[in-house]
Design a protein around this ligand. Structure first.
Ligand code: ADP
Length: 425
């Protein structure tokens, strides 16, 4: 009797274990099916059976199918959105409620080139701007203004971006809300605006100084013209004349620059015999008293043929460069005007070289900027406007060419300009 009970208990235990293992397998199958979003077959699991099991399998399979459909729809919605936004010029960014980046189009990388592989990353890891994060939070809380300008300070540069943000319903069907931002890079406009402001400030400053001097001297001349010593009067008048000439040169250079920068820079191209043009300019200088104490020589490549360029503008380039060489080198210095053909590159290089005091390395990258002077006093005293090299650069660029300055303190300066030999129409 006892033995029979024992056998029965062992059998029951065995049966329970088989069922338990079967159930476990069934649970694992359901788990895998859920993870892989794939429906499963109930008859594969004898351990789990009966009406409840069948109903469970049917509802689980229905749920898996619905989940798979929803996910596919979400992926395709995001893919569609990505494809649509990809070609947009404006940068678009979508983040979820936890600031994880869900979508960023190509234009965003144009603004932030270092922002690669950013999907699923947190916004604050990618875009380091407290102002932007504050704006994101304000958009999410509905307290943001529609347009906001944000300055992104990166290690090597600053970018200004106009941002517009809005809340959108989550595309994954979850209850959370996403935030969409449209970013417009306004760095170029900002820089232009700043350059314009600096320019206006510089021009006012440059005009004010000679005007103040002229005004002062004229007042003195007017008040004391009866009793003034004739030598003093003459000295005063010469000063007024010098400053009037300075004003004149400044206005001339400003007008030239503004013309060169306008949409119609007035380039009159024609076939130019460069060597003759250079020789004619040098001849003019040889007859000028201010060049009498300098040695001006030429070294012209005989292979240079005619080129299509604006002869008056090239004349101006040579004038500006030779004037500088005369202004900034002591008497008896050597000035050489060289021209060389680079046949393979289809360009001709014109160099004005001097053996004067040179330009410090730190100033060299800036000398083509408007109003940049290495020694302000010396430039003004020699009648410099600070615009000569800027005009040279503009003329080279308008011809499709470029400029370069090389200099060593104590050894001299060489300013080179390259002009294409083929027409750049
Ligand atoms: P500026 O009217 O003052 O001469 P530029 O634009 O022609 O203005 O030149 C800018 C500055 O570059 C000058 O003020 C001068 O300091 C420096 N510079 C230009 N050419 C030379 C040169 N040949 N040697 C030394 N310094 C030069």
């Amino acid at each position: 009797m006892l033995e029979a009970a024992l056998v029965l208990s062992v059998l029951a235990l065995g049966w329970t274990s088989v069922k338990l293992v079967g159930h476990r397998r069934a649970v694992r199958t359901v788990k895998d099916a859920l993870q892989q979003r794939q429906t499963f077959l109930r008859h594969e699991h004898p351990g789990a059976s009966g009406r409840d099991w069948v109903e469970f399998c049917e509802s689980a399979n229905a749920m898996i199918e619905r989940l798979a459909t929803l996910e596919a729809a979400q992926t395709s919605q995001l893919a569609q959105l990505e494809a649509t936004l990809g070609s947009l010029k404006e940068a678009v960014l979508i983040v979820d409620s936890h600031n994880h980046i869900l979508l960023a189009n190509r234009a965003l990388q144009d603004i932030f080139p270092r922002a690669t592989e950013i999907i699923d990353q947190r916004l604050e890891v990618v875009l380091h701007s407290v102002a932007f994060l504050n704006y994101v939070n304000a958009v999410k809380q509905g307290t943001a203004e529609s347009h906001h300008e944000i300055e992104f300070v990166e290690t090597d540069e600053t970018r200004w971006v106009e941002v517009t943000g809005t809340i959108i319903p989550a595309l994954d069907g979850a209850s959370g809300r996403w935030a969409l931002f449209v970013l417009h890079d306004v760095t170029r406009q900002k820089r232009l605006e700043r350059t314009r402001k600096d320019f206006v400030a510089n021009v006012s400053h440059e005009l004010r100084t000679p005007l103040a001097v002229i005004k002062g001297y004229i007042e003195t001349l007017t008040d004391g013209h009866m009793e003034m010593d004739p030598t003093d009067r003459s000295r005063f008048l010469q000063t007024v004349q010098r400053h009037t000439e300075r004003l004149n040169s400044l206005l001339d250079d400003l007008l030239t620059l503004s013309r060169l920068e306008s949409s119609n820079p007035g380039l009159e191209r024609e076939s130019v015999e460069l060597r003759s043009l250079i020789l004619a300019v040098v001849e003019e200088y040889r007859n000028r008293p201010d060049a009498a104490n300098h040695h001006i020589t030429t070294k012209l490549d005989s292979a240079i043929e005619r080129l299509i360029a604006d002869p008056l503008k090239l004349h101006q380039v040579l004038n500006n460069l030779i004037d500088n060489a005369l202004k900034y080198t002591p008497p008896k210095s050597q000035i050489t005007i060289e021209a060389q053909l680079h046949a393979a590159q289809h360009e001709v290089e014109i160099r004005v070289r001097d053996n004067g005091p040179g330009i410090p390395e730190a100033d060299l990258p800036h000398i083509f900027e408007r109003f940049y002077r290495v020694e302000k006093g010396r430039s003004r005293e020699r009648g410099g406007t600070g615009l000569g090299l800027s005009i040279v650069k503009h003329i080279a660029t308008l011809h499709g060419g470029r400029v370069k300055a090389e200099s060593r303190v104590g050894q001299g300066t060489t300013i080179s300009i390259w002009i294409p030999t083929r027409s750049q129409r």
